[in-house]
Write a protein that binds this ligand. Structure first.
Ligand SMILES: Cc1cc2nc3c(=O)[nH]c(=O)nc-3n(C[C@H](O)[C@H](O)[C@H](O)COP(=O)(O)OP(=O)(O)OC[C@H]3O[C@@H](n4cnc5c(N)ncnc54)[C@H](O)[C@@H]3O)c2cc1C
Length: 413
C-alpha cells in the first residue's frame, strides 16, 4: 500500500504544498503538516516541496485480525417478495434457512434471521415457520423501498452490535447490490454466488464453494482473519424446505441510528415486470431452447408453448452466444440455476455445463433429433424428432385436452 510520507524534521511549514494540491488534501494543524483522506497520491506536493520533506512510499500494514472468539451465531438476511404478498419470503432465503440450520448445529450455535423493511408483522409470522432461533426485525418507513446504501449501513450497524460469525444472503439482484457494500463497511471479505456451504467446526471456518475461472474449477474459499464470514448463495442450489407450523421464536427489534437511515438515492417510480418476463429462478414451467432451435424466430414457437403452459422461456449458452436470446435467459453453470416443476429442453444436447443448471427440475422432457444426445439420460420423457414438428403437435394435444376437459366439466354441470 502506498502513502504520502511527511518528514516533520524537514518540513518548515512553508505551506507551498497546500497551494498546489488540487484536492485540498493537506492542512496545517497542531503545528504540523497533515494529510487527509482526500489525498489521491497525485504527487503535486512532492514536486513542489523545496525541503524534500514529502514523498510517496510503500508502507507495509499488518492485517488487523479480529478476535474471532467474540463473534458467535449464524445469520441469514431474509429478503421479502412483496410481489407475492406481504408475508412472502424470497425462496432463496428459505433455502438458506435450511442450510444455515445445519451449519449452526455443527458449530453448536444459534441461527437468526434478519429482516428489514416496513410493515414486517406478516413476514415475521411466516419466518416463525422456519428453523430460526431468533429474528432481528429492523422496521422503518425508510426501508420500504430497497436502497442498497441504507440496507448496507443498517445491517452493518446491527452486525457490529451483535457480532455474528457467519452472515448469509441470497445472490438475488438486491443481495448482490447491498451485501458487498455491507462487507466493505465491516472490513471483511465476501464470497459471492456460492453454490455450496459447509463449516470446519474445529476452526469455526465457513467453507464457501463457488465456480471460478469461468466455471472451469470449483473453488472453496475461507475468510480466516476477519468477521463476519460473508457469502451470497445462488437461488435453487440448495433444497427448499416446506414451511412448518408457526413456532415460538425470539423477536428482537433493532432501531438503527438516523445516520444509517440516510440515503443518497430516491426511488422515483416502481415499474412492474411485464407478465411472461418473470424470473427464471422462480418459474414452475420452463421451455428452454438450444442451438437446435435454429434462430431467434424459432424461439417464438417456444414462447407460444411456454404461454400455453403458463411458463417462461430459457436458453442454452449456445443459443445465447448466437444472439437469439438475452443472457438473462441462460441456464447452466455460467447462467441461472433453475428448479422448475417441468423443464422442456428443445434442441439442447445436454452438455454437463447445461445440466448443472437444470437437473434438479422435477420433470424433464427432451425433444431432440439425435437419439444419442446426453439430455435423454436425464429426461423423464423423451421425443426423438424435429422440434418444429413436435412442439406444434404438443400444443395441439394440449389444446385438445383443454377443450375435452372443458367439455366434461360442462357435462358434469
Ligand atoms: C466454462 C463453461 C461454461 C459453460 N456454461 C454454460 C451454461 O451456463 N449453459 C449452457 O447451456 N452451456 C454452457 N456451456 C456450453 C456447453 O458446454 C455447451 O456448449 C452448450 O450447452 C451447448 O448448447 P446446445 O445444447 O444448445 O448446443 P449443441 O450442443 O450444439 O446441441 C444442439 C442440439 O440440438 C439438436 N437439434 C438440432 N436440430 C434440431 C431440431 N430441429 N429439433 C430438435 N433437436 C435438434 C442436436 O441434435 C443437438 O443435440 C459452458 C461451457 C464452458 C466451457
Amino acid at each position: 500500500m502506498t502513502e504520502l510520507n511527511i518528514d516533520s524534521e524537514r518540513c518548515n511549514l512553508c505551506e507551498k504544498c497546500l497551494g498546489v494540491c488540487p484536492f485540498a488534501a493537506l492542512k496545517v494543524e497542531g503545528g504540523a503538516l497533515q494529510v487527509t483522506e482526500l489525498c489521491v497520491l497525485c504527487g503535486a506536493c512532492v514536486k513542489k516541496c523545496p525541503e524534500d520533506a514529502l514523498g510517496i512510499a510503500e508502507v507495509k500494514k499488518s492485517v488487523s485480525r479480529v478476535d474471532s472468539g467474540r463473534w458467535r451465531g449464524v445469520w441469514v438476511v431474509v429478503e421479502r417478495d412483496p410481489g407475492r404478498g406481504a408475508a412472502a419470503i424470497e425462496p432463496v432465503s428459505c433455502e438458506l434457512a435450511a442450510r444455515a440450520r445445519c451449519l449452526a448445529d455443527e458449530l453448536s450455535t444459534t441461527l437468526s434471521a434478519v429482516v428489514m423493511g416496513d410493515a414486517l408483522d406478516d413476514v415475521t409470522e411466516e419466518l416463525c415457520r422456519y428453523s430460526f432461533d431468533s429474528i432481528y426485525r429492523v422496521e422503518s418507513e425508510r426501508l420500504a423501498d430497497f436502497r442498497s446504501d441504507i440496507y448496507a449501513s443498517v445491517l452493518s450497524e446491527l452486525v457490529m452490535k451483535k457480532k455474528p460469525e457467519i452472515l448469509l444472503c441470497g445472490a438475488t439482484a438486491d443481495g448482490r447490490a447491498f451485501f458487498p457494500r455491507t462487507a466493505a463497511l465491516l472490513h471483511t471479505g465476501l464470497t459471492a454466488d456460492c453454490t455450496a456451504l459447509a463449516v470446519d467446526p474445529a476452526r469455526r471456518i465457513l467453507l464457501q464453494t463457488r465456480p471460478a475461472f469461468g466455471g472451469n474449477v470449483m473453488a472453496t474459499i475461507e475468510c480466516p482473519e476477519h468477521r463476519p464470514q460473508m457469502a451470497t448463495v445462488r437461488p435453487n442450489v440448495m433444497p427448499r424446505p416446506a414451511p412448518g407450523p408457526v413456532r415460538d421464536v425470539e423477536l428482537i427489534d433493532f432501531s438503527p441510528t438516523s445516520g444509517a437511515l440516510r440515503s443518497f438515492v430516491s426511488v422515483l417510480e416502481t415499474i412492474e415486470a411485464e407478465p411472461g418476463t418473470a424470473g427464471l429462478a422462480e418459474a414452475d414451467v420452463i421451455v428452454a431452447g438450444g442451438r437446435g432451435v435454429g434462430g431467434a424466430e424459432g424461439f417464438e414457437l417456444l414462447s407460444e408453448l411456454a404461454g400455453v403452459l403458463g411458463g417462461v422461456v430459457g436458453a442454452s449458452r449456445a443459443a445465447v452466444d448466437s444472439g437469439w436470446m438475452p443472457y438473462a435467459r441462460q441456464i447452466g453453470q455460467t447462467g441461472r440455476v433453475v428448479q422448475p416443476g417441468l423443464y422442456i429442453a428443445c434442441g439442447i444436447s445436454g452438455a454437463v455445463q447445461h445440466l448443472v443448471g437444470m437437473r434438479s427440475a422435477d420433470i424433464v422432457v427432451a425433444i431432440n433429433t439425435d437419439p444419442g444426445a446426453p439430455i435423454f439420460e436425464v429426461a423423464d420423457l423423451g421425443f426423438v424428432g424435429d422440434l418444429k414438428v413436435i412442439v406444434p403437435q404438443f400444443m395441439r394435444y394440449l389444446g385438445d385436452s383443454a377443450r375435452s376437459m372443458k367439455k366434461s366439466t360442462e357435462l358434469e354441470k
